[in-house]
Structure formats: C-alpha cells, structure tokens
Design a protein around this ligand. Structure first.
Ligand code: DOR
Ligand code: ZN
Length: 420
C-alpha cells in the first residue's frame, strides 16, 4: 500500500503542516518511499459524510447506481454516504440493504451505509423488518421512509420504541400529507401569484412538533430530514432545550435558494420540501451556525431526463447535490472550516455511528479531502460523475474545488480527477 506525505496542507484552516499516511492510517512521521502530494494552499478536512443520499439502485439505474453515486460522492469530497431506502424494490428487508451494502463495497469509492425503510414498501401501514436489517451484514442503524412521511402517529411511536433497543434512529421526512395534497411549491406570496397549490410550512412544523414529543415520550432518537422552515428551527430549538434526543439536517439548496425561483417554472427548482422564503433561508443559516440544526445533508436526488425535463406539475422533486455541496456551503458560510468540518463530517459521522470517519488525527484512518478554497469555477453538469444532471447550479460560479479525496489512505480523487 502506497505511503503518502501530504505537504503543506492547512488542516481545518490552521497553519500549513505535513500529513503522513501509512497503511491507510494517519501517522506522526514519514514512511520510506512515501509519495509526495503538494497540498500548498489547500485545506484538509476529514472526509465528508452524507446522511441523506439517494443512490437509486436497485430499480432506477438509469438515474444513478451505487457506483456512479459513489463516484459523485468522492468527487464532492465525501468518504461515506447513507443510502436512502426509497429504491425499487424498497430497502425494507435484510436482502435489499445487504445488496446495496455489497454494491458499495464492490465500488470501493466511499463507505455506503444503507438506511432501511420504516414501513413495508414505504406504504406507512406496517413496520418493516427493522430487526432483521439491523442484524444483517449492512448493520442498519438509521431507518427512514424518506420521500414519504411516517404520518401515522401510532406507527411512528412503535418504530421509535423498536429501534430504542439497539440505539437506532428514525429519520423522518416531515410532511403532514393531508396538508400537502396537490402541493406544487411553498405556500406563500409566490405560489399565490403563480396560482400553484402551496405546501405550507406548518405541514412540516406540525410533524416535527409531534415527533419530538413522541421521541421524548419513548426516550428514542429522532432525526429530522431536510428542515426547511424558520418555524421548524424554533420547534427544534425548544425540543433540544428540553433534552429531547433529536438531531436535524438542512440541505445546501435550502441554505441558498428561495421560492422565487419557481417563477421560472423550470422543474430543476422543484424539490421536496420546496424552496422557501428568504426569511426561512436566514433562519436555517442561523440554526446551522448555532447547532440547532446539527448537519448539512445533500438529499442528492438524481432523476432521469424524462422525469425532470417536463412540465412543472409532472416533474419529480429533487436535485443532485453531492458534487456541489461543499462549494455551496462554502459560499454560504465562508471559510469557517471548523464549522464546515463539524457540520459536514464530524457530526454526521457521529449521528450515523460511522466511527472511521469524521475526525483527523494520528492513528485515525486517512479518510480526508483536500480543498482549494481560492479556486472558483462555473458548475459544469456535463462533467458530473453522477449519472443525472438535475442541478440548479449549472453555470453558477462557486468557490472551492475538491482537489483530492482519500478513503483509508487510498486516493479516490487526485488533481480533481477520479483515480479509477
Ligand atoms: O426532493 C426530494 N426528492 N425529496 C424527497 O423527499 C425524495 C427525493 C427523491 O427521492 O427524489
Ligand atoms: Zn425527503
């Protein structure tokens, strides 16, 4: 196995130093015959960890596979991703989660940790085989019906009770379905002007409020996916102040984009939950900085051309995110590297229990990414490693280029290019 000296890297923005990699581990001094990588001017971060990635395999390999999604993740500086369960068939059995886990190992570009469905077929009627998925080779710890809300409160309570035994987590897509029937975009001034049916903020906030109470009652861990409203941040703030075991994520797009973009009727801006108002964006940014929102997660949602390049009403919701997440977050937060490392690596690794990720230091696995903060580039979706192109940032100039990514001491990306 090749040893490396990563020369002159600024670890989390600190003064330049050399990093030594031997046998896949960060060590104190150079090994013999180490390959030198010039990291002058580059910032080293622990490999990014995404708690919310849609990989589409099995079922929609035309939109993404475990391998192409892994490539997109590595290109974006990620070393681990959690794969959402809304595949076809749904990842609601030990068989399917093991299949995804095995495909991830075979691709070998990032650690792919499957998320299991909460209910059979994501139908919200009957609990899936949570225990069988937890004890499978995939060792599932996070369960989610993402795409759908676990709307039935009794089922949500049972799921929280079930996973408590092994310290599992229920990750909720918070959307009260009766309040979002026919919804096309955020309910507000823009939806009124455009005459489109709205998705009201309260549909998210009501579910989060209910679920933090259920999690508190049961004493279980709840994770809230893609928080999108100022009101949700307030509900979470109060729950955390009471000591409820709740964590939450925000997507890069909800930190940057607003519902005004729907006026273009370009379905690339259609996403669930929808883009909200500038005031929501402001509250989400503050919530993330304060830690009321624990992490940034991409909700990378690749879609085939025919599912996206059609009328707004028929387009599937979602945008790809893995290859632009860090540049978008950098443009929002600026060069607050410790904060970025925590929200995009350390905290998601801790929540997901991915102990080999999230921190740099001697004796730790050399899973890291090197970023050139001074490089600005126009996003070119034709060069994406993802199989899908549904990005809202095509042509947008963003800061920060991922120069290299290492997974346990093996480069997956070097000089901005995939190594295999
Ligand atoms: O925009 C979204 N896309 N939101 C979701 O909840 C699901 C996801 C998908 O699977 O495409
Ligand atoms: Zn979702």
């Amino acid at each position: 196995m090749t040893s490396y000296v990563i020369k002159g890297a600024s670890v989390l923005g600190a003064a330049p130093t050399d990093l030594f990699v031997r046998d896949g581990i960060l060590v104190d001094g150079p090994g013999s015959n180490a390959e030198v990588i010039d990291a002058g001017g580059l910032v080293a971060l622990p490999g990014l960890v995404d708690l919310h990635t849609h990989l589409r395999e099995p079922g929609r390999e035309d939109a993404e596979t475990v391998e192409t999604g892994s490539r997109a993740a590595a290109a974006g500086g990620y070393t681990a991703v959690c794969a959402m369960a809304n595949t076809s068939p749904v990842a609601d059995t030990a068989g399917v989660v093991e299949q995804v886990w095995r495909l991830g190992r075979e691709a070998g570009l990032v650690d792919v940790q499957p998320i299991g469905a909460v209910t059979v077929g994501l139908a919200g009627k009957q609990l899936a085989e949570l225990g069988a998925m937890a004890t499978s080779a995939a060792k599932v710890r996070i369960f989610s019906d993402d795409g759908n809300c676990v709307a039935d409160p009794r089922l949500m309570r049972r799921a929280l009770e079930y996973v408590k035994a092994f310290d599992g987590i229920i990750a909720q897509h918070a959307e009260e379905p009766r309040l979002t029937e026919g919804a096309q975009m955020h309910e507000g001034q823009v939806s009124t002007r455009l005459g489109l049916t709205g998705w009201p903020a309260v549909a998210e906030e009501a579910i989060i409020a209910r679920d933090v109470l259920l999690a508190e009652h049961v004493g279980s861990r709840l994770h809230v996916c893609h928080v999108s409203t100022a009101g949700s941040v307030e509900v979470l703030r109060q729950a955390k102040a009471r000591g409820v075991r709740v964590t939450a994520e925000v997507t890069p797009h909800h930190l940057l984009l607003t519902d005004e973009l729907a006026a273009s009727y370009d379905p690339v801006f259609k996403v669930n939950p929808p883009l909200r108002t500038a005031a929501d964006v402001e509250a989400l940014r503050s919530g993330l900085i304060e830690g009321v929102i624990d992490i940034v997660a991409t909700d990378h949602a690749p879609h085939a051309v025919e599912d996206k390049e059609c009328e707004w009403a028929y387009a599937r919701p979602g945008m790809v995110g893995l290859e632009t997440a860090l540049p978008v977050v950098l443009s929002v937060l600026g060069e607050q590297w410790e904060l970025i490392a925590d929200r995009m690596s350390t905290a998601p690794a801790r929540i997901a229990g991915l102990t080999g990720h999230g921190r740099l230091g001697a004796g730790r696995p050399a899973s890291l990414t090197l970023v050139d903060p001074s490089a600005r580039h126009a996003v070119d979706s034709s060069s994406f490693a993802s199989r899908s192109r549904n990005t809202p940032y095509a042509g947008t100039v963003l800061p920060g280029r991922i120069v290299a990514t290492f997974l346990r001491g093996q480069p997956t990306v070097l000089d901005g290019k995939a190594t295999k």
